[in-house]
Design a protein around this ligand. Structure first.
Ligand SMILES: [Zn+2]
Length: 201
């Protein structure tokens, strides 16, 4: 395959990137200096070695330790666990500065076409909740923090059912609709996230 087409087809696999944007990325790189492209190659190469997945919250982090610095931080509130769809949503919640509890990254939302939860870290979530219950006496709330779109809503409903069945004593809440419909948590501003957290039910 032609190198330009090859690179373009790789960019097309990125979330939210179509053929036209993919071609613009390639054109940008072609105009870039060799050293500029080198930086990108180095960054990509280092991604494999330095970044790993935390076995507790499941997010990707760069660090020497296996468990990430958020999970090892003893200053965090051990009574709450926020379940988010992606690492990006975790970042948004964290940047809002309102939430200080623990996290779990589910790895996506239910696809409405299949209604299946396969591919989501359900088993790992159950293990995480059990672990928190065993470790911290005050642990008692799971906050479902999914994007305000149909997939996010469907995931919330299914997961709420699962958790209420599996952990009857646990309080399960979800974000209040301070988030406007269709908005991605990832792009929401801190004030909106704050009011969605305060309005959780
Ligand atoms: Zn972690």
């Amino acid at each position: 395959m032609d190198p330009i087409e090859r690179l373009s087809s790789l960019f097309e696999k990125f979330p939210g990137i179509g053929p036209r944007q993919a071609q613009r990325f390639v054109q940008f790189l072609l105009r870039n200096s060799t050293s500029g492209r080198r930086k990108l190659i180095d960054a990509l190469e280092n991604l494999g070695g330095a970044v790993h997945q935390c076995p507790e919250c499941m997010r990707f982090h760069a660090g020497n330790k296996k468990i990430c610095n958020m999970c090892t931080n003893s200053e965090r509130n051990d009574s709450q666990l926020a379940v988010v769809a992606s690492d990006a949503d975790l970042g948004a919640l964290e940047r809002s500065g309102t939430y200080r509890g623990r996290y779990f990254v589910l790895g996506g939302t239910i696809s409405l076409a299949s209604e299946k939860m396969s591919g989501l870290r359900i088993k790992e979530l159950n293990m995480r909740i059990n672990d928190l219950r065993n470790r911290y006496e005050k642990f008692g709330e799971v906050i479902l923090a999914f994007p305000a779109n149909p997939e996010g809503d469907a995931t919330e409903i299914r997961l709420r059912e699962e958790l209420e069945q599996g952990f009857p004593l646990l309080k399960v809440t979800s974000l209040g609709r301070g988030l406007s419909t269709g908005s991605e948590l990832e792009y929401a501003d801190p004030e909106t996230i704050k009011s969605a957290l305060e309005g959780r039910r």
